[in-house]
Ligand binder design. Structure first.
Ligand code: PBG
Length: 346
């Protein structure tokens, strides 16, 4: 055959790596770490093999395990001692994330990013306090009881939703308390309108002008968060998060959401989940010059593990390929439960 173009020429060993367009580095990864104030021992998370909730006393040891793999950054999630309707344990100075952050930053070189949200701290499991009055309007019971009566219905039907502006005040307090504890970066994940502006103002007002904000700018209302909600005990007791998280059907809206966060001073823009939303990662890469993060979420991790347990997929190969695709789509930072497994193999 008289073929001028033979792309296979560049796929031979020796040249293949030279023309490779994308590569993963351990420094691309952020490893999520769960610290649990209700336990004295490590608790395995069944739906996320290899991951555990660790007691505060084990937080430093847990982060050292991460650092040994070459990963340099962790994202801390906390399970508090107790929960209430407002999520008050989220901003106390002796809270679980505050205490863990203090110890980790004192004793390790890890870059510590803290998740700023209320869903692990509220007894109803929503990402902020509910709108005043509405809890009583429908049924005459408090939110917890409504949860028991209705199970997983649509909270909109019950007239219940998170009070956006009251949540902003709480997020400001949480962010400042995390910075007081030494957090290197703040990552608000609640999808409240104006959250970056509120947090930026609060941090600056407390002298933390150098603490960056990584906004979960385009966070979708996703069924892929299932295993995480077991891990962090943050499942809503009624309804779902569709009033504040984005509709998976929407692509253009992500540009609007992200542009708002950019205007409000977000330093890093996150898309979440990652694999089912690579079009969004790619759109952001084209549209913005900010660093872009993608969160390869718990369900994305769990499904590869489940398939590999059945012998249907090669875990390491599919994990590596997934992470490479996230980077190729345009992400600079990747939050992933595979961080510790893949980093040493790179
Ligand atoms: C809480 C939060 C969630 C995740 C990260 N932060 C859960 C949710 O919004 O329901 C999910 C992470 C994962 O699934 O790995 N705001």
């Amino acid at each position: 055959m008289d073929l001028t173009h033979r792309p296979r020429r560049l796929r031979k060993d020796g040249i293949r790596n030279l023309v490779s367009e994308t590569s993963l580095e351990p420094s691309d990864f952020i490893a999520p770490v769960f610290v649990d104030a209700t336990t004295d021992e490590r608790i395995a998370i069944e739906s996320m093999p290899g991951h555990e909730r660790v007691p505060i006393d084990e937080a430093v040891a847990r982060v050292e395990e991460v650092l040994e793999t070459g990963v340099e950054a962790v994202m801390l999630f906390g399970i508090p001692q107790s929960k209430d309707a407002e999520g008050t344990r989220a901003w106390v100075e002796d809270g679980v994330v505050q205490e863990a952050t203090r110890r980790i930053t004192a004793e390790t070189d890890a870059y510590v990013i803290t998740d700023v949200c209320l869903c692990e701290y509220t007894d109803h499991g929503h990402c902020g306090p509910l709108e005043a009055g509405v809890c009583d309007a429908g049924s005459g019971t408090d939110a917890g009881e409504v949860g028991h009566e209705t199970g997983a219905g649509d909270s909109q039907e019950h007239g219940l939703t998170v009070d956006n502006d009251a949540t902003l005040e709480a997020l400001e307090k949480i962010a400042v308390s995390h910075a007081n504890a030494g957090a290197d970066m703040i990552a608000p994940s609640g999808m409240m309108d104006g959250m970056v502006d509120a947090i930026r103002g609060a941090l600056d007002g407390s002298g933390y002008t150098d603490v960056p904000v990584m906004s979960y700018a385009a966070k979708y209302q996703s069924a892929f968060y299932g295993p995480f909600r077991d891990a962090a005990d943050g499942a809503p007791s009624f309804g779902d998060r569709r009033h504040y998280q984005m509709d998976p059907a929407n692509r253009r809206e992500a540009m609007r959401e992200v542009a708002l966060d950019v205007d409000q001073g977000a330093d890093v823009l996150m898309v979440k989940p990652a694999l089912p939303y690579l079009d969004i990662v790619s759109d952001l890469r084209r549209e913005f010059d900010h660093p872009i993060a993608a969160y390869n979420v718990s369900g994305e991790y769990a499904m590869l593990h489940a398939a590999s347990e059945k012998g249907w997929l090669d875990l390491e190969a599919t994990a590596h390929e997934s992470l490479l695709s996230i980077k190729r789509a345009g992400a600079d930072l990747i939050l992933t439960y595979f961080a510790e497994d893949i980093a040493p193999k790179l």
